[in-house]
Design a protein. Structure first.
Length: 152
């Protein structure tokens, strides 16, 4: 009878890194949420509206963390769920507003000149968030990752 060791089931570096990038994206999303809530409350948005947005985001973050951990364990369904929901739909939701704004004639130069510190911090967080998601997506489908998910 053959016994298995923990290293036999350890994910390859590309899968481990993809999972860490997903968890980083969650952390960056939480950071953006804190900034968003602060700005909305400062601008006078009713607390009930802010709470609804925060609750939805918390549910998404919890789901993403669960999926990232299952991904690391070799769950192919988690890989495809992450790719479809957060990789495609989530990324679209992150970039839709800025793309619509640009298509409507928005000027990056004007926006940069008028941006306050909070806007710059938020933009940096959002940029890193999108990059983490795109990096995770690319790594999840590398040949070594594909072999790992086939063997799991």
């Amino acid at each position: 009878m053959r016994t298995s060791t923990a290293t036999e089931h350890a994910p390859p570096p590309v899968v481990h890194t993809a999972a860490m990038l997903w968890l980083s994206a969650v952390a960056l999303g939480a950071f953006e949420t804190v900034l968003m809530i602060g700005r909305l409350l400062y601008e006078g948005t009713p607390v009930i509206g802010v709470a609804g947005q925060a609750g939805f985001r918390l549910a998404v973050f919890a789901g993403a963390m669960f999926l990232a951990l299952r991904l690391k364990e070799g769950a192919n369904w988690a890989r495809w769920t992450l790719a479809g929901t957060l990789g495609v739909l989530g990324t679209a939701s992150l970039v839709a507003g800025p793309v619509e704004w640009l298509l409507a004639g928005g000027s990056i130069a004007v926006a940069a000149a008028e941006a306050d510190a909070l806007t710059w911090v938020f933009a940096a967080g959002r940029t890193l968030h999108v990059l983490a998601v795109l990096g995770a997506l690319a790594l999840m489908f590398q040949p070594r990752a594909n072999a790992y998910f086939r063997s799991a």
